[in-house]
Design a protein around this ligand. Structure first.
Ligand SMILES: Nc1ncnc2c1ncn2[C@@H]1O[C@H](COP(=O)(O)OP(=O)(O)OP(=O)(O)O)[C@@H](O)[C@H]1O
Length: 339
């Protein structure tokens, strides 16, 4: 009997080609379009596209309204993190709770053996691996996904490069407009800027003091929620000659602490909410402290649910709240939240 796969169909080119490839491979495909946020007009347009793909393949496309769950797990977490002076990663939390959480539950409810998306990732059922295309690799964003779901996941695009995916769609007459449509922005619920989102939930016009590491007031800023650690623009430092960077954010006093680049250098840090695909407590690996950065070698020691990460070479600008992802070469072995 054919194995059934539920594909997350966003109406974009990646999940469209994913669906076609899986059907060609012999899977029985069903699609699901998930309504996640409230961006006006967004869902009507994208669900219609997902339905066109469904018609082309002759398969059913379900509509799943997960907006309440998404608000709770992803959107509110994003807003609350900035309120607390932290830097969130909403895509990581969405992958854990929604795409590879609620979507897997939905797959169970329709009797699907597998769940697939158009992420650029490789997976062998036990581990996730970086995609062959280093510019598109999204493995970092899956480091908090629950280990139990890995055997169910399929990512046909892990060995593809984006231009070939577009060329594939362009060759299908009725879907060729998918190849040239605008690519989705970084965070799906952000229409223009983060500030616009935050302004709906807090006063973002809150001028405050910029201080040095000794606590001396050295300038002004627009409001602590506008900054992340490592940021170098958008605040004032009186009489500074060298560039200054945000070193720390203090929401309780609406202050930002700034200093020169060398003060951003970190040799060790702690990680909470640890998720590992392997049973380990003490290990050497590579760690990525943000998405677009190279991994650095480190030693990890886990105690009482927290990991101490000792770096072999320093990193600059560790943002609290951000995600640290652990790798053994291209194999993702887990991750956690920098604290
Ligand atoms: N609203 C949604 N409903 C169903 N699946 C989704 C939705 N949003 C994203 N996905 C799934 O997650 C994958 C990765 O999402 P991401 O936002 O990174 O999209 P993308 O790289 O722009 O892909 P696409 O071209 O398919 O939109 C998508 O390829 C799709 O399979």
């Amino acid at each position: 009997m054919k194995k059934k796969v539920l594909v997350g169909m966003s109406g974009g080119v990646d999940s469209t080609v994913t669906s076609i490839l899986l059907q060609k491979e012999g899977y029985e495909v069903e699609g699901v379009y998930m309504k996640l946020h409230q961006k006006p007009g967004y869902h009507e347009e994208n669900f219609a596209k997902a339905q066109r793909v469904g018609e082309y393949l002759g398969v059913k496309v379900h509509f799943l309204d997960l907006s309440e769950e998404f608000d709770k797990q992803v959107y509110n977490y994003f807003v609350d993190s900035y309120k607390q002076g932290l830097t969130p990663n909403p895509c990581v939390m969405c992958n854990r709770t929604i795409k590879f959480g609620k979507m897997v539950e939905f797959a169970d409810s329709i009797g699907a053996d597998h769940v697939a998306t158009g992420h650029y990732i490789k997976c062998d059922g036990e581990f996730i691996y970086a995609a062959d295309d280093p510019n598109k690799d999204q493995s970092y964003f899956l480091c908090e996904v629950k280990k139990e779901v890995l055997p169910r996941l399929l990512f046909p695009l892990g060995t593809w490069v984006k231009k070939d995916v577009k060329a594939y769609a362009a060759n299908i007459e009725v879907l060729k407009d998918f190849a040239t449509q605008r690519e989705s922005s970084e965070i799906c619920f952000v229409e223009n800027t983060y500030d616009e989102v935050l302004a709906k939930h807090m006063d973002i016009d809150m001028p405050g003091e910029t201080v040095d590491t000794e606590g001396n007031v050295v300038g002004t800023h627009k409001g602590y929620m506008h900054y992340t650690i490592g940021k170098r623009r958008g605040f004032f430092v009186d009489g500074a000659h060298d560039p200054h960077f945000v070193l720390d954010i203090k929401p309780e006093t609406n202050q930002i602490v700034v200093g020169t680049k060398e003060k951003l250098e970190e040799h060790e840090f702690e990680v909470k909410q640890i998720n590992l695909f392997k049973d380990l407590t003490e290990f050497d690996c590579m760690v990525k402290v943000r998405y677009r950065t190279t991994a650095v070698p480190c030693h990890v020691s886990i105690n009482d649910g927290k990991a101490r990460v000792t770096l072999e070479e320093p990193v600059f600008g560790l943002a609290k709240g951000q995600i640290a992802a652990f790798y053994e070469a291209d194999k993702l072995i887990g991750g956690g939240v920098i604290c």
